[in-house]
Design a binder for this molecule. Sequence first.
Ligand SMILES: NC(=O)c1ccc[n+]([C@@H]2O[C@H](COP(=O)([O-])OP(=O)(O)OC[C@H]3O[C@@H](n4cnc5c(N)ncnc54)[C@H](O)[C@@H]3O)[C@@H](O)[C@H]2O)c1
Length: 410
Amino acid sequence: MMSKPLRIGLIGTGSVVREIYQYLFFHSHWASLFDVVAAADINEPALSWFCDEYGIPREARFTDYREMLANVRLDAVQVNTPDTLHAQPVIAALEAGCDVMVPKPLASGVRDAHAMVETAARTGRLLGVDFHKRDDPRTLAAAHRVRSGGLGDYQTSVWFMLDKLLVSDPNHEPRFFASPDFVERNSPLTFLGSHMLDTLLWIVRLEPAKVRARCWSQKLPDLKPVAVNGQDMVSLDIVFTNGTTANIVTGWHLPNAAWATSVGESRLIFTNGMLDIDGARSGLRDLSHGEGLCESNVLFMNFEPDGRVSGFGMSKPGRIFEAIQSFQNGGMTEDERQRLLSPHETGFWVTAAVEAGLQSLARGKQEGDGIIGGADVDVADLLRRELGKEADTYLGAGRSQAGNEWHEIK
Ligand SMILES: NC(=O)c1ccc[n+]([C@@H]2O[C@H](COP(=O)([O-])OP(=O)(O)OC[C@H]3O[C@@H](n4cnc5c(N)ncnc54)[C@H](O)[C@@H]3O)[C@@H](O)[C@H]2O)c1
């Protein structure tokens, strides 16, 4: 028997909905899962473009998400507010009896992350986080190679992810982010670094112990006519609890002539070998007059001739909503629900490492023109400061051995 579609409400209809989720809900192989019945956004233009495009009636459009939750019967809610504003709407939606999905990262800090997961656990609901790179065939294959044991033990890795300047430049038309101050209030570390970190932690299950960051603010403050008080690039050094390390470099100031919107690659080194993941090459290079050379990530999103959109940008959130539907139809055990709320699954450690990186910069020193060298931050201290006794949930006896322990990937 066909399951009924999920009645979905959206909170936030900005750039991630424009770039990714409009295709998931209306043009993907998962579209039959959804009945998008309502949307809320404090920004009228962001709300109108989506609702006009997809026929959401006037009475189902809200500028206050609490009114949407109080007045519309919903099965699930997707919260697309900026990272620092995930917690309140997520918690409100869970308390209203809905299952919830958020785009990565779970939250911008461990206090919010903990409160969100605790609320899901207490209310008996599901909370999914769309770390879409977990479904990238390259990530899946890398995780399989590591799990099969031939590479030996993980030692260190280096990751790069640099976006074109048009992503962070408010002078670019059309503007990439719906919120004009997105780049000033966010960091490439949160927006891009969380992808790299999560991919690493998904491949080799590690917990961060110490973090130190360095950042450059040289290009963005020089933009004209609107200058941006933001970061060009951040480099994050992490030591994990088992003594292994990683260096993650993320930025959003590459010339717009770059061959892809996001240029990324990584190398992971093990006792018996290494893995290279070339995130900047999909294998389809497009050279057209006036456009220059362009390599679009067709593995992430692929516009098919029948009008449907496929790729891991669709399949990862599609599978999260499939799990929500199965849960609501009684097809999930309580053990499985608990597993989906575990720190590795929700990306809790990604949030912890990113927050530690930002604290490292906040405590850092100016070391050159527009360059800040950060201080060392101990992640366990950060958790104790932010969560008090609740930190013990994450810092249990198994923590120092947690390094290469495998959890089943589903
Ligand atoms: N843009 C992308 O391609 C992309 C990709 C992956 C993940 N993400 C994630 O998606 C989330 C949203 O980012 P974005 O790029 O869409 O940002 P954005 O600034 O373009 O959009 C955020 C939207 O949330 C709205 N909003 C803020 N507070 C609200 C509230 N209280 N109630 C209702 N709406 C509110 C804003 O008005 C805005 O329209 C972030 O967590 C980000 O990390 C974005």
